[in-house]
Design a protein around this ligand. Structure first.
Ligand code: ADP
Ligand code: MG
Length: 241
């Protein structure tokens, strides 16, 4: 579904955030990315939907080269939902409005249809009674669950998560991971940057270790955690588990 070829990103000032990433993410696959801070995880994720423009290399989405000149980027971005560490909800809009805005504006879908879908999604994450509340009235865990269903309201083909639980109080992490686990069970294609190793073990089809802007090691979760090959990954895992 997504293939990156020699993906490189150099930020102004000469910092090499991505040093040639070659990856293939299959339809329905759950890929978890771990690695130290500053290793390029966010840059990689943001490159996949061209929030960062790569300096070099290619990104193919369903065969289309997103780095090509004639690509309708807005259309492609709509096919990928993104959830950030800080929920990025619009503070002055109700939850329902937060969810229905983009499907109505960008996808030109009728209000009734979108609202119906939004309510079904809210039901699924147990927040239907909060449809008319404002983000400030919700807990962090609730806001993040809303951010996830807001992305789902666009019917994306891929979901990208950048440390979705890192800003949450510990007691709220579980409720967000539960929603993500359910999505995985429904075979959503997912790329998840996280420090939640339990989630990685349980849900990932493949775990990637990034350091210095490259994928240094990748494997199925059991092999990844039980038999890390490089000393670098062994050291990293010993520090976080
Ligand atoms: P991670 O998500 O793994 O912590 P990032 O992808 O955020 O790492 O960052 C990789 C490197 O790129 C870091 O050294 C970071 O400081 C740098 N970087 C990220 N975004 C920018 C930017 N907009 N401008 C300049 N440097 C950046
Ligand atoms: Mg990051």
């Amino acid at each position: 579904m997504i293939r990156t070829e020699n993906l490189k990103k150099v930020f102004p000032g000469g910092l090499h955030a991505l040093n040639g990433v070659n990856q293939e993410i299959r339809k329905g696959e759950v890929v978890v990315i771990v690695g130290p801070s500053g290793s390029g995880k966010s840059t990689f994720l943001r490159s996949l939907n061209l929030l960062e423009v790569p300096t070099e290399g290619h990104i193919y989405f369903d065969g289309t080269d997103l780095t090509g000149k004639k690509v309708d980027l807005d259309k492609h971005r709509q096919r990928m939902g993104m959830v950030f560490q800080h929920f990025n909800l619009f503070p002055h809009m109700t939850i329902l409005k937060n969810m229905t805005l983009a499907p109505m504006k960008l996808q030109k879908r009728p209000k009734e249809e979108v609202e119906k879908q939004a309510m079904e999604l809210l039901q699924r994450v147990g927040l239907a009674d909060r449809a008319n509340a404002y983000p400030s009235q919700l807990s962090g865990g609730q806001k993040q669950r809303i951010a996830i269903v807001r992305a789902l309201c666009m019917n994306p083909e891929v979901m990208l998560f950048d440390e979705p639980t890192s800003a949450l109080d510990p007691e709220m992490v579980g409720e967000v991971l539960t929603v993500m686990k359910e999505l995985a069970k429904e075979h959503m294609t997912m790329v998840v940057v996280t420090h939640e190793m339990g989630f990685a073990r349980e849900v990932a089809d493949r775990v990637l270790f990034m350091a210095d802007g490259q994928v240094q090691e990748e494997n199925d979760p059991e092999t990844f955690f039980e038999h890390p090959k490089s000393e670098r990954l062994q050291t990293f895992l010993s520090k976080i588990i």
